[in-house]
Design a binder for this molecule. Structure first.
Ligand code: 5CA
Ligand code: ZN
Length: 426
């Protein structure tokens, strides 16, 4: 699928080191040092109610990571999915009387425009689930053949069971067998999330799983393939007519575009369990290798006291702010003022502070800025040092605030660094 326009990223003199990132799996800071090109997968949107500031904050965090890699001299291969067929999208389409394909297409278009306005680096591979149905079905068949998947009868599937052979569903849903995977492949449940079973059960129920479903071997076993139902989209496939489960889509797209054991898998902390634990399990079962070296997660942006989410409807949309005349650079600076790993709450005051900062930085580093006593090279070194240390953007902003107040000997060089590393053209 088409992504969006790539922003200008100036090349700076000198170089960053490889960034250190907090890894959810080992619960430590690790150096995200690629052997050749950096390979990054970030979970994309389910296209409705895009693009709220929580989405924007998450994609901006991984944009910052890429800018540090680029500054450190690495090439970056970046892949992102679009969950353009899944229960929540279909439910919204039904509730609003819109065709699910139209809803997805229009929301992806809005997302592209927002990402472009915010100067977010686009993925090299932007892949919708509906583009890789065959690959996903083949992956499910592979898991079936390996004895890591099993069928659960549905009762309401519209698939004609007489038409299928020995593989898989033939009118049944197909599930991932966690216990079999743990026996057969180098993976264990919870190795990414580090959660205990009771927490897993609660989160599974909350985040798209079905621990109560009868017929499953383990309540936590996730759905790989949903057999066709009346009124739902489905595709013919080697595992019966149906559509993909959620986690397998990201495993298949990531493996297809990036290969195994890529540098960083990213997303919001709401995806740690079950989504990322299970996608890593599926990928290990398909490839025999770990999905990624580092599992990186962003904190949740709240609004009016609750996590900003489609289900609660407490959304601040990037497109609405833009339509109201807000400078996208101010949105960017407002989000960068928070550390990517902390949960925080959006208020208009964040935007006012960011707009004031933008004005000050433009005066201090923009064209026509007056030179002052501070060594610009030392400022750029401190900016780089902050970002390399687990993407400390609040630290980076503080460095620049001091430099703006004191004035630097080479304002243009600092403006260039702000453009390259923070994506804000002054
Ligand atoms: N399509 C799936 C991932 S495969 C999905 O979670 N889509 S989403 O539209 O719900 O979210 C898109 C991205 O934004 C995910 O990485 C998610 O973790 C992140 N996200 C969602 N809400 C917030 C929030 N309130 N704060 C920060 N990040 C968020
Ligand atoms: Zn995903």
């Amino acid at each position: 699928m088409r992504a969006w326009q790539r922003p200008e990223i100036p090349q700076l003199p000198g170089q960053s080191g490889a960034p250190w990132l907090y890894d959810t799996a080992t619960e430590t800071l690790v150096e995200a040092k690629p052997s050749a090109a950096a390979r990054l997968y970030v979970c994309g949107i389910t296209p409705y109610d895009a693009t709220h500031l929580g989405h924007a904050a998450t994609y901006l965090a991984f944009d910052t990571l890429q800018r540090v890699w680029l500054d450190a001299g690495y090439r970056v291969h970046y892949a992102q999915n679009v969950t353009d067929v899944d229960d929540p999208l279909l439910e919204r389409a039904t509730a609003t009387g819109v065709d699910w394909r139209e809803l997805a297409a229009s929301q992806v278009e809005l997302f592209r425009a927002d990402m472009e306005a915010l100067g977010i680096i686009p993925p090299n591979d932007y892949v919708a689930v509906t583009e890789v149905i065959d690959e996903i079905a083949a992956a499910v068949a592979q898991l079936w053949d390996a004895g890591i998947a099993y069928a659960v009868p549905t009762g309401d599937s519209i698939v004609d069971t007489t038409k299928f052979g020995t593989i898989g569903s033939a009118g049944s849903d197909i599930y991932f067998d966690i216990a079999a995977a743990e026996r057969l492949v180098p993976w264990t449940l919870g190795e990414e999330s580090n959660l205990a079973r009771p927490e897993m059960l609660a989160l599974s129920a909350e985040r798209g799983g079905d621990p109560e479903r009868p017929g499953k071997r383990d309540p936590l076993d996730p759905l790989l393939w949903r057999a066709a139902r009346a009124g739902e989209p489905s595709w013919p496939s080697s595992v019966g007519a149906g559509r993909p489960g959620w986690h397998i889509e990201c495993s298949v797209i990531a493996l297809k575009e990036l290969g195994t054991d890529f540098t960083v898998q990213g997303g919001g902390s709401d995806l740690v369990f079950p989504h990322h634990d299970m996608s890593a399990g599926h990928a290990a079962a398909l490839s025999g290798h770990p999905l990624a070296g580092v599992y990186s997660h962003t904190g949740m942006v709240a609004y009016q006291g609750e996590k900003m989410s489609k289900s609660l409807g407490n959304l601040v949309l990037v497109s609405r702010l833009r339509a109201a005349g807000v400078d996208p650079r101010a949105i960017r600076l407002a989000l960068l003022a928070q550390h990517y790993r902390t949960d925080w709450e959006w208020t208009d005051a964040h935007l006012d502070a960011a707009a004031a900062r933008l004005t000050e930085w433009t005066a201090a580093f923009g064209s026509g800025a007056r030179p002052g006593p501070m060594d610009a090279r030392a400022v750029i070194d401190a900016l780089r040092a902050a970002l390399v240390a687990d993407l400390d953007t609040p630290g980076a902003l503080a460095v620049l605030d001091v430099a703006a107040a004191e004035a630097v000997d080479n304002p243009a060089s600092v403006a260039l660094a702000v453009a390259a590393l923070l994506g804000v053209a002054l």
